[in-house]
Design a protein around this ligand. Sequence first.
Ligand SMILES: [Zn+2]
Length: 238
Amino acid sequence: MKCKLCHEDKPLVKSHIIPEFCYSEAYDSLHRLNELSTDPEVADKCFRQKGVRQRLLCVDCEQLFSRAEKYFRETLYQELERRLPDVPPTLHLSSLDYCRLRMFQLSVLWRAAVSDTEFFENVTLPAQDEANIRAIILSEHMDEPHVYPCVMVGLLTGEPGVPTMDGFLLKPERLESMNTTRYRFIFGGYAWFYILTTDESSIAHPELIVTKDGRLTVPVKIAKDMEFFQRLGADINK
Ligand SMILES: [Zn+2]
């Protein structure tokens, strides 16, 4: 079968789109967020089962993504947990590996886009953008920060016992605003806002994208205070 990344005819392996370790933690208090609604549509949107896997990639391409996942796991994953109990309202990170972080960010977006599973159905890239991102990933040359950037927002539950949201996943959504398409993913303790642009001037918050010298500013939010979680949990107080 043809590998979606290298386009070579090779045996394909079943792989995750969102890293497997992001599915591994399901805390009780997060279930409240997950299951707070009696609305079946909301329950549908929430996802915390064993992850979605699909045959997309050959072993070699899968390795490329495994290395990127490993980097995320060793750096930003559970960063909020490490800052407890006093997580600052904004994380100012430095010494990140620009290429590896960007590779991870783009690899999740690209895999979600080429997947045909229902969970990722809202992530559809125009053919040219898909081809561009595929080329960036294949070259392992991550280009400029404003080329398909991603803004990350750290998420806390606001609950005293289990404050971080590492085990929480939400079906990605496509957002349109000011002629710009964004995709919002929730996994690994962060909200990830991918901006479908290569134009620096169309990025509303350029200060929130990773710099080539490895600096990254991450706002930290209480999930329940964020508008989309409020919609999700509209009936929490019923
Ligand atoms: Zn391949």
